[in-house]
Design a protein. Structure first.
Lengths: 258, 401, 171
C-alpha cells in the first residue's frame, strides 16, 4: 500500500460506495432493502412501552344497543362479507365472521342481568399465539394480538385454543374489502383493537367511539402502562375482573360489575 | 426353525389392478370433494366458528394414531424379541408409513390455505405442539423408512436393532404429541387433561393392531398365501389386551372428570344428555368398539374362527373412530364456560348453547380418500418390496415361539 | 485485508454493472394503464425496470414491517399500487386491478404467476371520503437517492447521506 497512514482513501471509498449502492440497491439486493418511510409517513412502529387495552363497564352497557358491534362491522369491512347463496340462517350465524358480539347473562342464583360485549381479550400470554404452528398468530409489542394473514394456513388450532371464542374463520369467498381490513377465504381473524387507527395516532377504537356517541360510555380504550391514562386511573380505582381469570392470561380487556 | 423367505406380493393381475382401480376411484372422489370445498370455502362443510374441526380431523387423527400403533408389531419383533412377530415387522412398518401419509393428506387438504403448505414447512413456531408434530411426522417417515431398509437389506442389517429402538421411541413421542394437541387446550373442559396423551398411546396400540390384522388377512387372501392360525391367535389376544386397556383409560378419564365439580357439565353432556354424542359413546365406543370385540376375541365359541378375528378388528376400528368423534367433536360442541355461575340469555355468537355439527358428504369423501391412499401405498409397497413372508405357516417347533 | 476488500469491491461493482445492464435491457414500451393516475406520473417509486423485477420483494419487505411492527406509510405499499394503477370504469368507479386485462393481471397472466395479493386485499382505490381510508395517503414518493428516478443523478445529497447514515446506525 502506498498510503503512509492506514486510513483508507475515503474519497475513493465514497465514490465506489455510491456507485455500488446506486446500481446495487436498484437491482442486485432486493432482500436487503432499507425501510424508508414516506415523507408524510405517520408511524414509527410499535413499542413495548405501551400496552393497549379496554375497560368495559357492564352497568353502562345498554340492553338492546348494538352500536359497538355495528361500528366494528363497518370499520373492519365485516358488513361487506356476503352471505353465500343457499346458506341457511343457522349456518350463516355460525360461520360468518364476528369480531365483537353482545352477550346477555343472567346470574343462576340471583337472576341479575348483565350485558357486555365480548371480543378478543388481548391476553399477555395468548394461547392462540402459543399454538399457532407458523407464528401467524402473534402479539405486537404494544400488546395487540392479531393474525398475519400472509402466513396463516387456516388450520384453526388457534380457534380451538382461544378460551373466549374470539376468532372467526373466513368460510367463503370475499369480494369486497377495505384497505385497512384485508380479508379472504381460508384465514382466521379477530379483533385487533382497530390497529390501523392506533398506528395512525388515533387513540380510539371504532367500538369505543360508537359507544360514546350513543351516550353510554361503557367502553374505555387506553394505554394500560401509562399511569396517567384514563384507563389506568379507572382500573386503579374501580374493581374490575378478567374473564376466565383462572387461566392467568392477564387479559388486556377488563370488565367491571360482572 | 425354518428360514423365512420374503417375496413381493404377486397376485393375479386382474385382481391386483382391479383393486388398485377401485382405490384410485375413491381417491379421485376425495380429491373432487376437496376441490369443491376449497373452491367454495368451508361454508359448504358442516364446520363453523363453533365447531372448527370436523369429520376430516377425526379421520386424520384416527389414521395418525393408528399409524404409530401399526408399527407396534415390528417393535415387538425387534425391541421385545418376539420371534412370532419378527417376520411381520416389514409389513407393519409399511402399513405405518401408509397410514401416516393418508392421515396427513386429509389434514393438509382440509387447511383453509392448503396452497401455503410450504409456509407450514418453513416457518416454525417452536412453542406450538402442532409444529412439533410436523417435525415428528417427518422424522417418523425417515426413521421407519430406514427401519424397513435395515430389515430388507442384509448389508445394513447390523443397524436393525438400533433403528428398531429408535423407531419405537419415536412412535411413543409421536402419539404423545398427537394426544397433546388436545391435552394442551386449557380452554375447553373436555380436553384439558394430561391423561389424554397416554390414552392416545393406548388407543394407537389398539387401532394400529386392528388395522394390521385386517390388512394382513386381506393381503394373504389377495395373494393366496397361507397364514397360520397360531400367529393370528397371538395377534388376536394382543388386540384383546389393548382393547381392554383403552376401555380402562376411558373409564379413568371420565371418572376423574366426574370427581371435579367444574367438569360435571361436560361429563353429563358426553355420558348422558349429549344426544348423538352420548349414543356414540355408549353404543359406539363401549359396545361396538370394546365389549363385542372382547367377546369375539375371548369367547371359546369363536376360538378358531378367522371371521371372528376380522370382525373384531373391524368393530374395534369402528368403535375407535366413534370414540375419537366424541372426543374431537363432542368436546367442541359443548359450550365453553366463560362466565361461571351465569347462564347466557342471548348471544349473537351462540355462546352457552350446544353447537350443532352435521358433517357433509364432501368431508366424508375426503376422509375415506385418506384411508384409500394408505391402502394404495400398502398395496403398491407390498407388490414392489419384499415385505411379506411367502409363507406364514405356524412353526413346527412351538417351544421356540 | 485491504487487498481482499478491493477485490470484493471490484467483484461487487462488476455484478452490479451486469445486473444494471440486464435491468435496463428489460425495459420496453410502457404498459401503464392509460387513464390511470400512474399514466400521468413520471415514474413509479423506483425505475420501471426495477419495479418489474422486484416489486414483489419490495412489497413483501414492507408488509412485514407494517403487519408486525406497525410501521405505516412505507414507500412500498400495495394500496398505493392500486391507487395509481387502477383504471377508471367510465361510470365514476374503478375497475379491479386484478381483473382480466387490467394492470396486474396482464403481466401476471402472461408470465403465468399466481397473483395472491387480491385474495384478501382491496382491488380498487379506496373511496377518498370514507373514514376507513384514513391511513392511505397519496404517494409522496421517496426522498432517498438510492432508488432513483429516471434522469436523476446517482449522487446522494449531503442531507440524504446524513439521513441514510442515521438510519444505518439505528439498525
Amino acid at each position: 500500500m502506498s498510503n503512509k497512514d492506514d486510513r483508507p482513501d475515503m474519497k475513493r471509498r465514497e465514490f465506489i460506495g455510491k456507485t455500488v449502492l446506486a446500481a446495487g440497491a436498484a437491482s442486485v439486493a432486493p432482500g436487503v432493502l432499507l425501510t424508508v418511510a414516506k415523507a408524510g409517513g405517520e408511524s414509527r412502529g410499535v413499542s413495548s412501552d405501551v400496552r393497549y387495552g379496554l375497560l368495559i363497564d357492564t352497568n353502562k352497557c345498554a340492553d338492546d344497543c348494538t352500536a359497538c358491534v355495528d361500528a366494528c362491522n363497518r370499520e373492519n369491512g365485516i358488513d361487506l362479507v356476503e352471505r353465500p347463496k343457499g346458506q341457511s340462517d343457522d349456518d350463516w350465524n355460525a360461520q360468518r365472521p364476528q369480531w365483537i358480539r353482545k352477550v346477555q347473562l343472567k346470574d343462576k342464583q340471583t337472576g341479575e342481568i348483565t350485558n357486555l360485549p365480548m371480543m378478543c381479550q388481548h391476553c399477555e400470554f395468548p394461547p392462540c399465539v402459543d399454538v399457532c404452528p407458523t407464528g401467524a398468530s402473534f402479539k405486537r409489542a404494544d400488546g395487540i394480538v392479531m393474525v398475519d394473514r400472509h402466513t396463516c394456513i387456516g388450520c384453526r388450532y388457534c380457534m380451538m385454543a382461544c378460551p373466549y371464542k374470539a376468532r372467526s374463520f373466513i368460510h367463503q369467498n370475499v369480494a369486497q374489502q377495505l384497505v385497512n381490513a384485508p380479508r379472504g377465504k381460508g384465514c382466521v381473524e379477530s379483533c385487533n383493537l382497530c390497529v390501523h387507527r392506533i398506528d395512525a395516532g388515533d387513540m380510539t377504537t371504532a367500538c369505543q367511539e360508537a359507544c360514546e356517541k350513543d351516550g353510554h360510555q361503557a367502553i374505555v380504550f387506553g394505554d394500560l402502562k401509562d399511569p396517567d391514562s384514563k384507563l389506568a386511573k379507572l382500573l386503579k380505582t374501580k374493581s374490575s375482573r378478567q374473564i376466565r381469570a383462572d387461566l392467568e392470561l392477564n387479559t388486556g380487556v377488563r370488565y367491571t360489575n360482572v | 426353525m425354518k428360514k423365512t423367505h420374503y417375496s413381493e406380493l404377486w397376485c393375479s393381475s386382474p385382481r391386483f389392478w382391479g383393486g388398485l382401480t377401485f382405490l384410485a376411484f375413491i381417491i379421485l372422489l376425495g380429491l373432487g370433494a376437496t376441490y369443491y370445498m376449497e373452491h367454495q370455502g368451508h361454508w359448504v362443510t358442516g364446520m363453523s366458528n363453533q365447531v372448527v374441526w370436523g369429520l376430516p380431523h377425526v379421520f386424520a387423527i384416527f389414521m395418525i394414531v393408528a399409524a404409530s400403533g401399526a408399527l407396534n408389531v415390528a417393535s415387538i419383533g425387534s425391541v421385545f424379541g418376539g420371534p412370532m412377530y419378527k417376520p411381520l415387522g416389514r409389513f407393519s412398518a409399511l402399513l405405518a408409513i401408509g397410514l401416516l401419509a393418508g392421515g396427513l393428506m386429509v389434514l393438509v387438504l382440509d387447511l383453509g390455505r392448503p396452497d401455503r403448505l410450504v409456509v407450514a414447512m418453513t416457518t416454525f413456531n417452536l412453542k406450538s405442539i402442532f409444529t412439533w408434530n410436523i417435525l415428528l411426522y417427518t422424522g417418523f417417515f425417515v426413521i421407519v423408512g430406514l427401519y424397513i431398509w435395515t430389515m430388507i437389506d442384509r448389508k445394513v442389517n447390523k443397524y436393525y436393532q438400533v433403528t428398531g429402538y429408535l423407531a419405537f421411541f419415536w412412535r411413543l413421542v409421536l402419539t404423545t404429541g398427537t394426544g397433546s394437541i388436545f391435552g394442551f387446550l386449557v380452554a375447553r373442559e373436555a380436553y384439558d387433561a394430561a391423561i389424554l396423551a397416554p390414552m392416545f398411546i393406548i388407543m394407537s396400540f389398539s387401532f394400529g393392531l386392528a388395522f394390521f390384522i385386517i390388512t394382513l388377512i386381506s393381503a394373504y387372501w389377495w395373494a393366496g398365501r397361507t397364514l397360520g392360525e397360531l400367529r393370528l391367535a397371538k395377534l388376536k389376544h394382543l388386540l384383546g389386551v389393548f382393547v381392554g386397556a383403552v376401555l380402562y383409560f376411558s373409564m379413568v378419564y371420565h371418572l376423574t372428570n366426574l370427581y371435579i365439580t367444574q367438569h360435571h357439565g361436560v361429563e353429563r353432556f358426553i355420558l348422558l344428555d349429549g344426544g348423538v354424542y352420548s349414543l356414540m359413546f355408549w353404543l359406539g365406543h363401549v359396545l361396538i368398539g370394546s365389549i363385542i370385540p372382547l367377546f369375539l376375541i375371548y369367547s371359546p365359541a369363536f376360538a378358531s374362527s378367522r371371521f371372528a378375528i376380522g370382525a373384531a378388528s373391524v368393530l374395534v376400528l369402528m368403535g375407535g373412530f366413534l370414540q375419537l368423534y366424541v372426543i374431537v367433536i363432542g368436546g367442541q360442541a359443548f359450550p365453553m364456560n366463560m362466565f361461571p355461575g351465569k347462564e347466557v340469555v342471548t348471544s349473537e355468537f351462540l355462546d352457552g348453547v350446544v353447537a350443532s355439527y352435521i358433517p357433509t358428504t364432501a368431508e366424508g369423501l375426503l376422509g375415506i380418500a385418506g384411508i384409500a391412499v394408505a391402502m394404495t401405498m400398502v398395496a403398491v409397497g407390498s407388490r414392489m418390496l419384499k415385505v411379506l413372508p411367502e409363507n406364514l405357516e405356524d412353526p413346527k417347533d412351538l417351544e421356540h415361539a | 485485508m485491504p487487498r481482499s476488500t478491493g477485490i470484493k469491491r471490484f467483484a461487487g461493482m462488476l455484478m452490479a454493472g451486469l445486473f444494471a445492464t440486464l435491468a435496463t435491457s428489460a425495459q420496453s414500451d410502457s404498459v401503464v394503464t392509460p387513464g390511470s393516475k400512474a399514466a400521468g406520473m413520471d415514474t413509479c417509486v423506483a425505475p420501471t425496470a426495477e419495479m418489474r423485477r422486484y416489486h414483489m420483494e419490495y412489497l413483501k419487505h414492507d408488509r412485514v414491517e407494517t403487519v408486525r411492527q406497525g410501521v405505516r406509510g412505507l414507500k412500498n405499499s400495495l394500496a398505493d399500487c392500486v391507487d395509481c394503477h387502477a383504471a377508471k370504469d367510465g361510470n365514476g368507479g374503478y375497475l379491479s386491478i386484478n381483473a382480466d386485462g387490467q394492470f396486474c393481471d396482464r403481466c401476471h397472466n402472461y408470465m403465468a404467476v399466481t397473483l395472491a395479493c387480491f385474495q384478501c386485499h382491496r382491488k380498487t382505490p379506496a373511496d377518498q371520503d370514507a373514514s376507513s381510508a384514513k391511513t392511505s395517503t397519496g404517494n409522496q414518493g421517496h426522498a432517498f437517492g438510492l432508488l432513483l428516478d429516471r434522469g436523476e443523478s446517482a449522487a446522494l445529497t449531503a442531507e440524504e447521506r446524513a439521513q441514510f447514515q442515521a438510519l444505518v446506525r439505528e439498525e
